[in-house]
Design a protein around this ligand. Structure first.
Ligand code: HEC
Length: 216
């Protein structure tokens, strides 16, 4: 086949495919077919169960808006944020802060939630995958904003003080369920079967303790 013909064919195929996605009358439902293929090839093993394939309303509505190339309608975003806010579990005994040294290890650790992981070993937070955090670690992703000097830039001198209360609460809620503040946030909801309460405390200390390398 001549090169021009191949290009023409590719353009026509792409157009047919795009039309198919827009669901021509009588065409296969691409969404349903995709779900079938994923379901047929996905297996339950170790900590991974088939409920991974079930999207909740938040993920579903955000994926649909994304596929349609438009942001979620404001009132839907607000409703989903409120539903996610209800899932935030506030710390027992009002104790928000743990040990920043342990927090740094959790932020560095990306293990967990795959087929080969032992469900009894605690998961990592993998925070550096998306955020700069302490200056010492130079390998980090940039999908999320830099969290370097997180507490210092927000004027936190004593995280236990009443002045720091609002930012301490926000940070806990954000780590526990990022979608409570931004419905289609790309940040995982860590309180949802990823990290436990003590791990979130340790991460809180990493971000807010004035002695943490993040704030020095
Ligand atoms: C897959 C990427 C990703 C991972 C992993 C991730 N985050 Fe985020 N995070 C984001 C994005 C994107 C934002 C900004 C958008 C938003 O507000 O949701 C954000 C925002 C935040 C904020 C709010 C910052 C502000 O100024 O309001 C905090 C705090 C935070 N992340 C902490 C963490 C911690 C702690 C971890 C690890 C347990 C983590 N993130 C893991 C993507 C990620």
């Amino acid at each position: 086949m001549k090169k021009q013909h191949r290009i023409a064919l590719a353009v026509v195929s792409a157009a047919v495919l795009a039309a198919g996605c827009a669901a021509l009358p009588g065409s296969v439902d691409i969404g349903r077919r995709t779900a079938e293929v994923v379901q047929a090839s996905f297996r339950a093993e170790g900590p991974v169960q088939l409920d991974r394939l079930v999207q909740d309303d938040t993920n579903k509505e955000c994926s649909e808006a994304d596929a349609a190339g438009k942001p979620l309608a404001e009132e839907r975003a607000k409703a989903l944020e409120a539903a996610n806010m209800k899932q935030v579990q506030w710390p027992a005994g009002d104790r928000f802060l743990g040990d920043w040294k342990v927090g740094e290890e959790i932020a560095q650790n990306g293990r967990g939630l795959t087929w080969i992981d032992d469900a009894k070993v605690p998961n990592g937070g993998n925070c550096y995958n998306c955020h700069q955090i302490s200056k010492q670690e130079i390998a980090f992703g940039t999908l999320g904003p830099s969290l370097y000097q997180y507490g210092k830039l927000r004027g936190v001198k004593d995280p236990a003080s009443p002045e720091a209360r609002a930012i301490v609460q926000y940070t806990w809620g954000k780590i526990w369920n990022a979608k409570a503040y931004n419905a289609c946030s790309l940040m995982p909801r860590f309180g949802h079967r990823i990290l436990d309460e003590q791990q979130v405390r340790d991460l809180m200390a990493l971000l807010l303790d004035p002695h943490s390398p993040v704030n020095e």
